[in-house]
Structure formats: structure tokens, C-alpha cells
Design a protein around this ligand. Structure first.
Ligand code: AMP
Ligand code: ZN
Length: 115
């Protein structure tokens, strides 16, 4: 837990969210400002500021997030034909909340390159 981290507070239930999934390591909830018909934020319960701040000890939890993302996607028919996972890292990457998180986006066709 990091003081004043909104995603730590969400994972602890101190701020309400539209919870989609929870286990001992990971929490997932609907994005408050969805960019697609399905837009879910997946976070580790451990506070890590971003992908540029991970260490070897985070390997299991970050791998677990991949498994969770795939499981969540299977629960939404909107993602039967695919989905996108995004991690914005740092200011150039477009990160605005500095608790590492993965956007799971689905329900529309995405373009490449991203904006
Ligand atoms: P990023 O720009 O990659 O750091 O993404 C942060 C995301 O968190 C944005 O898509 C926001 O809409 C989302 N967000 C911020 N506050 C909340 C909240 N209280 N509940 C749900 N999503 C949030
Ligand atoms: Zn945090």
C-alpha cells in the first residue's frame, strides 16, 4: 500500500469500484472512463509504480496477470474475436496513475499504430 494511491485504495475496497475479478494477488475493475465497450483495469495488489519499476521478484505476479487477463476475456462475449492489452509506462507512455496496471480492452476493432 502506498499512501494516496488510488489503485491501492480500490484494491483494498477503500474506494468503490466496479469489481470484475479478485484473488490474493490481483484485482480487476471497470475503467471509469471506458475507451471501448469493455474496458477493464487489472492491477497487482502490491504497489509497483510502473513497468519501469519492476524487479525479478515481480515475475510471478506479472505472469499471473496474463493468466487473469485471458480468464476475464473469456467471460465477455464481446472479446470472443480478440482484445487488446495495454500498459502505459511513464509520462511519454501516457501513464496517469502510477500504480502499474494493464488495460484490457474489447468489444470493438482496434487500429495499429495506436495514437
Ligand atoms: P493510465 O493513463 O494508463 O495511467 O490509465 C489510468 C486509467 O485509470 C484511466 O483509463 C482512467 O480512466 C482510470 N481510472 C482512474 N481513476 C479511476 C477510478 N477511480 N476507477 C476506475 N478507473 C479509474
Ligand atoms: Zn498503489
Amino acid at each position: 500500500m502506498s499512501d494516496n494511491c488510488i489503485f491501492c485504495k480500490i484494491s483494498k475496497g477503500e474506494i468503490s469500484s466496479d469489481k470484475v475479478y479478485e484473488d490474493d494477488k490481483v484485482f480487476a475493475f471497470g475503467d471509469i472512463n471506458p475507451q471501448s465497450p469493455v474496458h477493464i483495469i487489472i492491477i497487482p495488489k502490491k504497489h509497483i509504480s510502473g513497468l519501469n519499476a519492476i524487479s525479478e521478484e515481480d515475475e510471478i505476479i506479472l505472469g499471473h496477470i496474463q493468466i487473469v487477463a485471458s480468464k476475464i476475456a473469456k467471460q465477455f462475449p464481446e472479446m470472443d474475436y480478440g482484445f487488446r492489452i495495454v500498459n502505459n509506462c511513464g509520462s511519454d507512455g501516457g501513464q496517469t496513475v502510477f500504480h502499474i496496471h494493464y488495460h484490457l480492452l474489447g468489444g470493438r476493432v482496434f487500429k495499429w499504430p495506436p495514437g
